[in-house]
Design a protein around this ligand. Structure first.
Ligand SMILES: *Cc1c(COP(=O)(O)O)cnc(C)c1O
Length: 390
């Protein structure tokens, strides 16, 4: 039933020149499949790079670890933010230079730190004394940047307090790094993922800048300001185009930090999300009672097979169907597994065409980030998200 539907998606003008959308329109799929275009990733890289200026891009590998994407970004001159031995090995296998890889997770396995050190990674993140001690033991002499908690994130997918230290802990951590033979090299933070507006960075930069200047005044020769990620993708609400967005962020950074020797940015979502779409299928359309105002639409992909970011209905993906343009009605959208948490949108129902039927193809737009990497191996027997890199 999930057969090619030539021309169907081409009717949607905004996706008509999009390689992944064209591929989905022209092919059939046995299971949910992410189709992602390297050309689109390359375009996005160029746009982000143009706006970021002298800030160097370190791609956050977890957003989409497809080897073809890593290889493309190696060719583009990107660095990589890796969170584990596995991600470091992936980057090295695709030709990345160890000197361009930062080990950005603040919660590392000691043997992973030793591995990173042995292959030549010299830049590590930390947010605690114990982690600094671990790095000092297993990667002696390494450069470290201290990750800060930032408050009041205005992001759609805030990163909470799991990572980072409080401002009050920073002086001791910088001193401790030096005392155990590490190089206190810089500071990092993350504004929260999907920070839709560049202005939303300002309150966060206002928190970090005084800490940066105080650390330098205290005698630390800080070289690196790591801005983290947060660069947004289009999910229906207007976002600034990447070049203008990053240029506005850099203007705000320069105004507060002055002439920092090295600035780094770690886009994940902003680099890959818009380059890919998922081809999925409707398994069932039903109502719970004859007078139910909402239809329930069950897809062959859900919370456990790639759409984890629907948690809290935080990220609202756009669906494209062959019935678009026809009359619509409110739907609860759910995944296929026998887990009652596998509901994607219920609090704010989606408007979908009344003509939608089981067997219909749906294309879920701008899914290149945090889908394949979040997909379980096969919860409930449903296969993990397939990936086709164009
Ligand atoms: C996940 C992550 C990123 C990427 O965040 P996006 O919002 O996807 O750009 C960047 N830096 C670190 C340390 C991360 O953990």
């Amino acid at each position: 039933m999930n057969a090619p539907l030539p021309g169907v998606f081409r009717a949607v003008s905004s996706v008509s020149v999009d390689p992944a959308a064209a591929y989905i329109a022209a092919n059939s799929f046995e299971r949910p499949t992410l189709v992602i275009s390297r050309d689109r990733v390359a375009q996005q890289y160029d746009a982000l790079h143009a706006g970021l200026g002298r800030a160097h891009i370190h791609y956050a590998v977890k957003a989409n670890p497809a080897p073809e994407i890593i290889r493309l970004l190696v060719r583009k001159g990107a660095g990589f933010d890796a969170a584990s031995r596995g991600e470091i090995e992936l980057c090295l296998a695709q030709g990345a230079c160890a000197s361009r890889i930062s080990f950005g997770n603040t919660i590392k396995r000691a043997s992973d730190v030793a591995f990173a050190h042995s292959v030549g990674v010299t830049l590590f993140a930390a947010d605690s004394v114990a982690e600094l001690d671990k790095i000092a033991t297993h990667a002696p002499g390494a450069r470290v940047y201290i990750r800060l908690i930032v408050e009041n994130s205005l992001a759609d997918w805030p990163l909470s307090r799991k990572f980072g230290c409080a401002a009050a802990a920073l002086p001791d951590l910088l001193n401790h790094a030096g005392a155990v033979g590490l190089v206190p090299y810089g500071l990092s933070f993350h504004v929260g993922s999907q920070t839709r507006k560049p202005e939303f960075w300002e309150p966060v930069l206002d928190q970090v800048a005084p800490l940066w200047h105080a650390a330098i005044a205290a005698g630390h020769d800080l070289q690196l300001l790591n801005l983290g990620g947060g660069f947004p993708a289009f999910y229906g609400e207007t976002v600034e185009r990447p070049r203008r967005y990053t240029a506005a962020v850099m203007e705000a950074v320069t105004a507060r930090f002055g002439d920092v020797p090295q600035v780094m940015a770690e886009p994940g979502r902003g680099l890959v999300a818009e380059a890919g779409h998922i081809a999925a299928e409707v398994l069932l359309v039903s109502r719970k009672s004859p007078d139910d105002l909402h239809r329930w639409v069950y897809l062959d992909i859900g919370r456990f097979s790639g759409l984890a970011e629907t948690e809290g209905e935080a990220i609202r993906y756009q669906l494209v169907t062959r019935h678009d343009g026809g009359e619509t009605g409110p739907c609860v959208l759910a995944g296929p597994s026998c887990d009652s948490a596998d509901i994607l949108y219920e609090k704010r129902p989606l408007q979908l065409p009344l003509a939608l039927r089981d067997g219909d193809r749906v294309m879920i737009r701008n899914c290149g980030a945090y889908t394949s990497s979040y997909s379980s191996v096969g919860f409930n027997g449903f296969p993990p998200l397939d990936v086709i890199v164009l």
